[in-house]
Design a protein around this ligand. Structure first.
Ligand SMILES: *Cc1c(COP(=O)(O)O)cnc(C)c1O
Length: 471
């Protein structure tokens, strides 16, 4: 055993700052960040010395300088960074949902650099409406009379409810009182929007007469919520949109559908499970439909409301619309994404979310084979690495029970029993700490990386950083 270095051998911070190598760092990173880095390195070393675990060479000048450099580099990393999402969940809410197409990225960069006609009508030379930047496309693609955009779909539902149902009643089936991850709960949103929730039917079965019996002169709206992150199976009954629309209209009431995800194309054309579209809801008689911009649509975070002209106009007049509106970057990227939908034949190549979801299993497996040797080499000290078939999820509450055949690699620690859990944690953490973090998941005794979202263009940068894996 090497003897631990005593506390007294750790130099004062001034001495570290005066090292020529550290002086050079101060010139590059700034004096204050360098001082903070030196302090944090010395703090760590003192902690090690106190428990008798400080190796002698840790306080040599070159080692001190290297540690300060390392601390500076870490501190200089942006907090929000790109990473490899190899969790197998393509539209992962915690990992930023849909990656944007290059067309959208380019538009965002342009409008960031220069002033733009966000609310300026270039033909008339007067003040304009930011929604008019995407409304024609949304009308064309969904068949709606009008459209408006807010910060996300939660905001869209909230704003519509607050506009149409303030101090009045909104009728929803008990089977659709959904909670979406991150505290979006239909009953809570309803209460905050100032509406009284009237639940009808039961968890598994709701009939048209349940709605009919609940309608009174206090009713403002009938609402259908797409049960996007779960499925009720077995002895079930839900009322179809056209029946609800008919009932609502017979009483002079509007009918709204919260679609949640909502794609603008029929996904079965690519062999994916079908997901309801706003076009279908509108054709069935819905007066308003809301959906997310960054779920299956594959665009930026946004909440899109399409539907009847008079109702959309009312929503836009609500003062809360101003509080929930989106910025020029969202309009720029949303417009670019919507334009891709005008050419569905090329959509699966051009829209990353759809490209990833439709990636052939053989191509995914080829990616796994391509990176296998590099991962094996990087993990050789403690783990076995093998190709493992797996199943990806769409994510973000879309198509919750459907799984897509995929391929990945399983990294299995050699130690079994006691120590296995901590070895898995160590592997998971090491991948997370790479310059471009790699996020996978632990299941069945292995750290697993689903290769669906590692596109061919990224294989090089993925493997290039593996020698830095610290296991
Ligand atoms: C995802 C979802 C929401 C919330 O949408 P965000 O864009 O995440 O705010 C609301 N309702 C349903 C049914 C959803 O699936």
């Amino acid at each position: 055993m090497q003897q631990s270095t005593p506390l007294a051998a750790i130099p004062a911070v001034d001495r570290v700052l005066n090292l020529p190598a550290v002086q050079a760092m101060a010139a590059e990173y700034g004096r204050n960040p360098t001082l903070a880095a030196a302090r944090s390195v010395l703090h760590t070393l003192r902690g090690l010395a106190r428990v008798g675990a400080l190796p002698a060479d840790a306080v040599s000048e070159p080692r001190l300088a290297a540690q300060v450099q390392d601390a500076l580099e870490r501190a200089a990393r942006p907090c929000l960074r790109p990473l490899f999402n190899l969790t197998g969940t393509v539209l992962h809410t915690n990992l930023g949902r849909a990656p944007l197409p290059e067309e959208a990225v380019a538009r965002a960069v342009e409008v960031m650099r220069m002033p733009c006609n966000l609310e300026y009508d270039l033909s008339g030379g007067a003040r304009g409406d930011r929604d008019s930047l995407v409304e024609p496309l949304l009308k064309e693609l969904t068949g709606a009379e009008a459209a408006t955009v807010v910060n996300n779909n939660a905001a869209a539902v909230f704003l519509a409810l607050n506009t149409l149902g303030l101090r009045r009643e909104v009728i929803v089936s008990r089977g659709e009182l959904v909670e979406i991850g991150g505290a979006f709960r239909v009953p809570d949103i309803m209460a905050r929007a100032g509406c009284k929730l009237v639940e009808v039917g039961t968890t598994n079965r709701t009939h048209l007469h349940d709605f009919a019996n609940a309608i009174s002169d206090r009713t403002a709206l009938l609402l259908k919520v797409h049960t996007s992150n779960y499925a009720i199976q077995g002895f079930t009954a839900a009322v179809q949109e056209n029946e609800l629309a008919g009932l609502a209209h017979a009483h002079g009431l509007p009918f709204m559908v919260d679609l949640g995800s909502g794609t603008l194309v029929d996904l079965s054309r690519w062999g994916l499970p079908q997901e309801p579209t706003p076009q279908q809801s509108l054709a069935a008689g819905a007066d308003l439909v809301s959906f997310s911009g960054d779920k299956l649509l594959g665009g930026p975070q946004a909440g899109i409301i399409v539907g009847r002209r008079d109702l959309v106009a009312k929503i836009k007049k609500n003062p809360l619309k101003r509080a929930l509106r989106v910025d020029k970057l969202s309009y720029a990227t949303l417009e670019a994404v919507l334009r891709l939908y005008r050419d569905p034949d090329r959509l699966a190549e051009r829209l990353p979310a759809l490209r990833l979801l439709t990636r052939p299993a053989a191509e995914i497996e080829a990616t796994a084979q391509a990176i296998l040797p590099a991962v094996r080499a990087a993990c050789a000290a403690i783990a076995e690495v093998a190709i493992a078939p797996c199943h990806s999820q769409i994510g973000s509450g879309s198509l919750p029970i459907d799984r897509l055949t995929s391929a990945g690699i399983a990294i299995t620690p050699r130690v079994k029993g006691k120590g296995e859990g901590s070895a898995l944690k160590k592997i998971e953490q090491a991948f997370r700490e790479l310059p471009m973090p790699v996020i996978g998941r632990v299941a069945e005794g292995a750290f697993r990386l689903d290769m669906r979202c590692l596109e061919n263009n990224d294989i090089g940068s993925f493997t290039a950083q593996l020698p830095q894996l610290r296991l």
